[in-house]
Design a protein around this ligand. Sequence first.
Ligand code: URA
Length: 216
Amino acid sequence: MSSEPFQNVILLPQTNQLLGLYTIIRDQNTRRPDFIFYADRIIRLLVEEGLNHLPVTPKIVETSTNQKFDGVSFLGKICGVSIVRAGESMEQGLRECCRSVRIGKIVIQRDEETALPKLFYEKLPEDIADRYVFLLDPMLATGGSAAMAIEVLIKRGVKPERIFFLNLICSQEGIDLFHARFPEVKIVTGAIDSGLDENRYLVPGLGDFGDRYYCI
Ligand code: URA
């Protein structure tokens, strides 16, 4: 574990409501429709929290009572990038908050020969270098795939400080990897778990997120 806390971890407020949502999705007896419903609620909170950290500029509008209101408007464009397959579960939550948002995809799989993550496919908006990027993957375990995805984004010209990595649960190991390699990338998460098991699943975790969201 690193000696100093990583400033760029944005942890959702640990309210009883949030704890209740995590209790449902972590419960092995929760059936798929409920898993989807409550995971979607957490995803929505993560997206809203990510949006809280985007820059704004002052904007004055006139209300229907003909009064001035000192408000703000968002600066800059955003896009989503999901790490297929589990990250695709977070796309809808992003669309619900940001209408017509562009969403790219990255496919990373384990190479059979080396057992290391390997990039298979990327499809990203052409102007991604000009955007803030919400990288979507529900579980940050070892961080191998996410780190590879960040490298793809940086190669395409995205500034690390404009990347927000949204996940439902992360490990300290994953946070430490980001701290060491991508200190400017922001991690937006709802839970930090104590460790990984021998299969590199988060503990206590919730099992395989993609299987629980899409299959069982
Ligand atoms: N991916 C998952 O789906 N679950 C974990 O615990 C770790 C990675």
